[in-house]
Design a protein around this ligand. Structure first.
Ligand code: SAM
Length: 343
């Protein structure tokens, strides 16, 4: 797109993830392990109109792939209305959502009707008892019902995202692949990242890309890596029976070199990296009446200074024993949390 800025390393702006809320109806131990959280003030949350306005600006700068996330995006009231607004914006080529699926059964049809293109559902285990112990909520059945509803409504291009933790679900990879086949969804295995509130992270719990490939090769035969022709975070592989799956190896093989993603929190903080310590407040200029062009100039200038390579830098920081952020910092600034910035 004309006038699309590139950052210091020549990376264009390609994808925008919009967090609709920092609230979640699960308490996954690898993401929200605490009993209590500081939440974003309600009056700070961007309205649908404000989200639409900012999305228009980002799209005009080349961010034509938009993903709605959270927290849990389906906790935000009337999400299909927002989907309708965004899917109608000229220039939005791809409108997707990442959800934990708990509330999906009641929304799948209206999301499809509103024009959602793609849906990713997070599912870490097929075993209800494991789900309850990991998420501290007993809603495994609702998630499965949500996936079935998405299939029934004809939402195509479904993905299932699974964070793999050694000793929790690393023995379920083949079962999850089989489940994915049964619902025509591509499964993507995510390495456990020490980001945001993942205060229980240890290197031993990371089940690496190499281990995932080895496990699946033993089960199915060799995994052929598919050529990559996009900047999506997953590397994709084909099993001998033709099944395709992905691996997002942010921890052992970060992909910062091609990262074209940035994130907008529910209160309008714009972050250029999942690991960024600071962001740019877009809510204040927006609410002070900044025009489309003024916001465009602001965002362009900041993107041109972008030099984030958070996941790559974490590799060496981690080797030096540095934690990402302390629990005290997380308590002081909810923007550092994964559930605020949007996974
Ligand atoms: N609530 C929605 C969901 O569960 O899909 C969207 C937000 S959630 C933060 C997005 C994704 O981030 C989920 O697939 C979740 O499993 C993943 N995630 C959260 N913390 C993670 C971590 N420490 N390492 C890897 N993935 C993580």
């Amino acid at each position: 797109m004309d006038g699309s800025p590139v950052d210091v390393f020549g990376r264009p702006m390609g994808a925008l993830r919009i967090s609709l809320t920092d609230r979640c109806n699960l308490r996954c131990r690898y993401c929200m392990p605490e009993e209590e959280y500081a939440w974003l003030p309600r009056q700070d949350l961007l309205t649908f109109e404000e989200i639409e306005q900012l999305t228009e600006v980002f799209v005009s700068l080349g961010a034509d792939k938009v993903r709605l996330t959270g927290g849990e995006p389906l906790l935000r009231r009337d999400v299909p209305e927002l989907v309708r607004r965004l899917s109608g914006l000229p220039g939005v080529k791809d409108l997707a959502m990442t959800t934990n699926g708990v509330l999906l059964a009641r929304h799948a049809e209206s999301l499809r009707e509103a024009g959602l293109h793609r849906l990713t559902i997070s599912l870490d285990t097929l075993r209800p008892d494991r789900f309850t112990s990991m998420t501290r909520r007993g809603t495994h059945g609702e998630v499965l019902a949500g996936i079935n509803a998405a299939v029934a409504t004809g939402l195509t291009d479904l993905k299932i995202d699974t964070v793999v933790l050694r000793g929790f679900n690393s023995d379920e990879l083949a079962e999850l692949i089989e489940f994915g086949k049964s619902v025509s969804a591509e499964v993507r295995f995510i390495e456990y990242m020490d980001v945001g509130g993942a205060t229980g992270w240890t290197p031993e719990k990371v089940f690496s890309r190499a281990e995932i490939l080895e496990t699946l090769s033993q089960e199915y035969g060799s995994c052929e890596e598919l050529r990559k022709n996009d900047t999506a975070p997953a590397d994709r592989f084909r099993l001998p029976d033709g099944t395709v799956f992905g691996i997002i190896s942010s921890t052992t093989q970060p992909f910062c070199a091609t990262c074209d993603r940035s994130r907008l929190t529910a209160d309008g903080m714009w972050l250029r990296c999942l690991y960024a310590m600071t962001g740019t407040d877009l809510r204040t200029p927006l609410r002070s009446g900044a025009s489309h062009d003024e916001l465009r100039d602001l965002i362009t200038g900041v993107w041109q200074q972008r030099r984030d390579r958070g996941a790559v830098e974490r590799v060496s920081e981690r080797a030096n024993g540095q934690v990402f952020v302390s629990l005290e910092s997380l308590k002081r600034d909810p923007h550092l949390e994964m559930h605020t910035r949007g996974g």
